[in-house]
Design a protein around this ligand. Structure first.
Ligand code: OSB
Ligand code: MG
Length: 383
């Protein structure tokens, strides 16, 4: 397989309602759609880097730069590209995981479409539907959060994640438990908002029997998380700190967490996601699929990876209508029954782009043609 052309489209979709985390408030989701062409077949990938480098160090602009200058030229040089080799091809580029994942994903989709198999099947998925959870942002008031939780319980979500930050933590979790009881599968996500100095707050949360607390401490830490886990009953789950199977191995060895959130973008693609999954499975560490407020394209990848056997905790893989008035995929992603979403079975990611919807949200498009092979010259043409 040879890549003839890559389209980079910058898309901005309004969220149905603002989403606030400890690092900021989103009213829109802006992202890059990466489309790779080979012959008359196309594959799509979504880059989950955000506008600002607040969740991690990447942004849409850094991803665009690394894709155009480093990653796309690397794949253009390959005459016989296989998706499993992409991670190693990209190794010479340090970090920039979200940029790498977007292009690797698109190549997986293209490959699976050519082979006429589903991505889930290609990855070794074993589930036909997956359990889904919902991630609820920091609401201005406790009452507003309780309304959100009530709607989520009614919709059948199998895990309810509440974002927290200092000052909006114990009161929120206590209110949810007091109103809805201890049967609700509840967890908290702090997005790195605490330090070990605030361990008393985190210990106070123990009494509310959360499924886990996600990334309470620094985005680049595994040492303090290990100290914290020794003091907490609640399992610690790492998100921001894990970028590779090596990171996962070290965190598990140190006792920094008992659960890992796998985000395809954060770890540089599907191949690395599967390696982390397999390592955790062998070490009896459960995993679940995180989300980055993806459009239907990114969501389809999340569903495919979540069909693997050790994704035993419901993921942040909510259906399209949790985020969008209109998604950019043709058949929107829906719950097949309460709390469940079907794993796409069609070729590739199993969803096609709704070009009309996409055009409505499109900010910018550029096409990069592979002239390396045809003309034996070593430069790229952009139009
Ligand atoms: O920490 O999991 C996170 C969204 C953007 C950035 C980071 C995170 C999130 C979410 C939303 O929690 C998950 C989703 O519904 O896509
Ligand atoms: Mg998180």
């Amino acid at each position: 397989m040879r890549i003839d052309r890559v389209d980079l489209q910058r898309v901005k979709m309004p969220l149905k309602s603002p989403f606030e985390t400890s690092f900021g408030r989103e009213t829109h989701k802006e992202f890059l759609l990466v489309s790779v062409y080979s012959g008359d077949e196309v594959g799509h990938g979504e880059c989950v880097a955000m506008e600002k480098p607040a969740y991690n160090e990447e942004t849409i602009d850094t991803a665009l730069s690394v894709l155009k200058n480093n990653l796309i030229p690397t794949v253009f040089k390959q005459e016989d590209l296989h998706p499993e080799s992409v991670t190693d091809l990209f190794k010479w580029v340090r970090r920039n995981y979200m940029a790498k994942a977007a292009l690797e994903n698109a190549i997986w989709d293209l490959y699976c479409r050519k082979e006429n198999i589903s991505l889930a099947a290609a990855l070794g998925g074993v589930k036909k539907e997956v359990e889904v959870g919902v991630s609820l942002g920091i609401e201005p008031t406790v009452e507003a959060l309780l309304e959100r939780v009530e709607d989520s319980i009614k919709a059948g979500y199998k895990k309810i994640k509440v974002k927290i930050k200092p000052g909006k933590d114990v009161d929120r979790i206590r209110a949810v438990r007091e109103r809805f009881g201890y049967e609700v599968p509840l967890m908290a996500d702090a997005n790195s908002a605490y330090t070990l100095d605030q361990i008393d707050i985190l210990k106070e949360l123990d009494q509310y029997k959360l499924m886990m607390i996600e990334q309470p401490l620094a985005h680049d830490d595994i040492i303090d998380h290990a100290k914290l886990q020794r003091e907490l009953e609640t399992p610690v789950c790492l998100d921001e700190s894990i970028h590779s199977v090596e990171d996962a191995r070290k965190a598990i060895e140190l006792g920094s967490c008992k659960i890992i959130n796998i985000k395809i973008g954060r770890v540089g693609g599907l191949t690395e996601s599967k390696r982390i999954h397999d390592f955790c499975e062998a070490n009896n560490v459960p995993v679940w699929c995180g989300g980055m407020l993806e459009s239907g394209v990114g969501r389809a990848y999340n569903l495919a990876i979540a069909s693997l056997s050790n994704f035993v905790i419901p993921g942040d893989t909510s259906p399209s209508d949790r985020y969008w008035e209109q998604d950019i995929v043709m058949k929107e992603i829906v719950m097949s029954r309460p709390g469940m979403v079907e794993v796409p079975q069609g070729p590739g990611i199993g969803y096609d782009i709704d070009e009309k919807a996409l055009n409505k949200y499109l900010l910018h498009k550029e096409s990069i043609h592979n002239v390396l092979v045809e003309k034996k010259v070593d430069f790229l043409v952009t139009d």
